[in-house]
Design a protein around this ligand. Structure first.
Ligand code: GLU
Length: 326
């Protein structure tokens, strides 16, 4: 038999539901009229105010920013506090963008991350841990790279990251492993043939990049839309919400390979030397990574990786020479 208390509870619940129904209906007429004629912008897309001040020319001085630390050799014999701690953990944590065609891209068949940056990271894991598979990739947007290294959520960043003096204030870098040039991606026959044609046009760039700073500096009249990833920029170009995208030629080549109606145009806007990002103060890891880069420059691995992923850019060049400051 149900207790008086149980019956009271039931009555109360029914009354509460009834009053909720009474106040919720009829539903208020929404004052937003859905309009599906305009495609939506990607999440976190932000238009830059055209009157916001152009960033000043980077005045941070550090000599040659690409000069790194001389390698101590890569392999089981190398020791140091950071590399020993990674060995004790048994996995190398690497930050990259899992949607960057040619550099770090989830292969739809195998589900693994493939590309030039991902495989350079695997070569480091091979030398450090004895296997290219002892690696854990963490997805990062361009704007999150430095903070991920500063917070030690990753051991390394392998994500098309330009070495410059401003960034060297916050993070350390390996020697240069790829030389890129900033250029422009446009729809074929759009009449956009380079930086000069972007005056007053809508251009997509990713936040937290040298590409954004360069574009604002060299083409201040462009109406800039910022998004979290370069794949987002391809979408807004395809939806004709912008007229062009501007970043490194090698990234643009990856986007052009995904859409045959687009092409990379114009001269170089800026030279962008890529380095592996490493937390500051981890000199043993910098030297170790430089050892791996020395090995792959000379044993044919760098050539093979370029051939495998970046041959859309043309014949395999000589790998960039390392410079050291010690
Ligand atoms: N190389 C440029 C940079 O480091 C753009 C590359 C990217 O966003 O991944 O900011």
């Amino acid at each position: 038999m149900r207790s008086a208390r149980g019956i009271l509870m039931t009555v109360l619940i029914v009354l509460t539901l009834a009053s909720a129904c009474a106040t919720d209906f009829p539903a208020p007429t929404p004052n937003i009229t859905p309009d599906y004629t305009e495609p939506p912008l990607p999440a976190k897309a932000v238009s830059l105010q055209t009157d916001s001040p152009v960033p000043p020319q980077n005045t941070t001085e550090c000599g040659d920013p690409t000069a790194s630390l001389r390698p101590t050799g890569a392999g089981a014999a190398a020791h140091g506090p950071t590399i020993d701690a990674i060995r004790a953990r048994g996995r190398l944590l690497v930050g990259l963008d899992a949607g960057s065609n040619l550099f770090s891209f989830r292969d739809p068949i195998s589900g693994t991350i493939i590309g030039f940056d991902a495989d350079i990271a695997r070569e480091i894991a091979r030398d450090l841990l004895g296997s290219p598979d002892l690696i854990e990739f963490r997805n990062l947007g361009s704007a999150e790279r430095a903070a991920a290294l500063q917070n030690h959520t990753v051991d390394l960043v392998a994500k098309t990251m330009t070495i410059n003096c401003e960034r060297r204030e916050k993070v350390a870098f390996s020697s240069v492993y790829l030389q890129a040039e900033q250029r422009v991606l446009a729809v074929k026959d759009s009449g956009i043939n380079g930086l000069a044609d972007l005056a007053g046009r809508r251009v997509c760039v990713v936040r937290g990049t040298t590409s954004l700073d360069n574009l604002r500096r060299y083409q201040p009249t462009a109406a800039i839309l910022t998004v979290p990833t370069w794949a987002d920029c391809l979408v807004v170009l395809q939806q004709r919400q912008v007229d062009a995208v501007s970043t490194d030629d090698v990234i643009l080549a990856g986007l052009a390979a995904q859409d045959p109606y687009t092409e990379v145009v114009g001269d170089s806007i800026s030279r962008e030397p890529y380095g592996i990002g490493i937390p500051k103060g981890k000199d043993d890891l910098v030297r170790f990574v430089n050892g791996t880069l020395e090995r792959i420059r000379t044993d044919g691995t760098w050539r093979r990786l370029y051939q495998e992923y970046l041959s859309v850019l043309g014949p395999v060049p000589v790998p960039p020479a390392a410079t050291y400051r010690d």
